[in-house]
Design a protein around this ligand. Structure first.
Ligand code: ADP
Ligand code: MG
Length: 347
């Protein structure tokens, strides 16, 4: 829909090394631990005392993104953010990334520059360094694989398996907006394909669109945990949907859970868009995914430390495993929580 066809420099006119040189020019290192960045056979990092945390996420054209409505700058930004979110979910601080890029000759140098603009912006925003990567060609399509490296002291790390019965279930920010934003983009794309003279109508829904196209990782919360003297018993970032990700915490910790519909944080624009699209905002919050908020548990004794924090909602509590996974709706009906989140290999 939004492709820019002016100023096209073929990647073949630079070659692989020319392209890597071009990428290197756009990168600044800021982390004291980044001893050697792009340009040798491998990057060199000084991690100091503590633990190194590593994670990778791949984004494949046609599977994870649709270039007909995803600007390349946003895609680059999101590719970095989803990895930083995983580092944050360990209660660790992100430090470096490496980036694998595979693309066909359909992409020009200008397209790579746009993608790099988004990657570099996210690096700047989260204070991480791009210290290496790999660049290769594909017969078609675009793939981005980012690996993020983070750091934490052993005692600060938070896993998925230490929740206890009666722990409070907490979530940051609000849920369901990214899913609603995607449904709006898909609707407008369909209308555009049927009648290219109709311009997309995305008015008034900036927030859900931004949540889909330009998500943020909750590094701010990880930093605040330290000043609040809060350490979750278990934590995960919400990428697949609240229901699915909460069940990961329950399975990891061998607990059940009970959460309440009336406590789910949902933005008013998510609700309004739900009405417009005929979609239930509660379903979007439970099963939509791509929120990149943090879901964590805390002992009841920590209640005072978080009860008045605007950025945190307490949505329920952990129960004995024998209670199963319970969802209480606004009419006080009890439902079994089902993980209908994204599963890469489900039929
Ligand atoms: P090698 O052949 O030794 O794997 P490359 O020619 O692939 O080296 O890469 C040269 C340097 O450029 C390395 O430091 C590598 O990490 C970096 N690099 C390659 N592609 C990218 C990329 N897409 N983003 C950032 N750094 C990259
Ligand atoms: Mg290489």
């Amino acid at each position: 829909m939004f492709e820019n066809k002016q100023n096209r420099t073929e990647l073949s006119s630079l070659g692989e090394f020319g392209l890597i040189h071009h990428i290197k020019q756009s990168v600044k290192l800021t982390q004291p631990g980044s001893l050697k960045g792009i340009g040798d056979d491998a990057a060199v990092i000084d991690n100091g005392p503590g633990r190194t945390v590593v994670t990778t996420d791949m984004l494949i054209e046609g599977v994870h993104f649709d270039l007909s409505f995803t600007p390349l700058k946003h895609l680059g930004y999101k590719a970095v953010v989803v990895n930083i979110s995983d580092i944050c979910a360990m209660n660790a601080l992100p430090k470096q990334i490496v980036c694998g890029l595979a693309m066909s000759n359909r992409f020009s140098l200008e397209a790579v520059e746009e993608l790099m603009e988004g990657i570099n912006l996210a690096c700047e925003r989260y204070g991480v360094d791009l210290v290496g990567g790999d660049t290769c060609s594909t017969p078609g399509g675009l793939a981005i694989s980012i690996t993020a490296i983070g750091h934490a002291m052993e005692e600060d790390l938070v896993y998925r398996d230490q929740s206890a019965v009666n722990d409070l279930i907490c979530v940051t920010g609000d849920l369901g907006a990214a899913y609603m934003g995607l449904q709006l983009l898909n609707r407008e794309k369909k209308i555009f394909l049927e009648n290219p003279s109709v311009q997309p109508d995305l008015q008034g829904f900036d927030y859900p669109l931004e949540r889909q196209l330009k998500p943020e990782a909750r590094l701010d919360i990880i930093q605040r945990f330290k000043t609040w003297y809060v350490k979750p018993t278990a934590m995960i970032d919400i990428s697949d949907g609240l229901a699915s990700d909460l069940m990961h915490l329950c399975k990891g910790s061998n607990t059940g859970c009970q959460i309440y519909e009336e406590k789910l944080p949902i933005d008013h624009l998510t609700r309004e868009l739900g009405i417009e699209l005929g979609l239930d905002p509660t379903v979007a919050a439970l099963n939509g995914g791509e929120d990149y908020e943090l879901l964590f548990t805390l002992p009841l004794s920590e209640f005072e430390k978080i009860k008045d924090r605007a950025e945190i909602s307490i949505i329920g509590h952990m129960t004995d495993a024998s209670f199963g996974y319970r969802f209480i709706d606004k009419q006080q009906n009890v439902h079994e929580l089902k993980a209908q989140g994204w599963d890469a290999f489900r039929a």
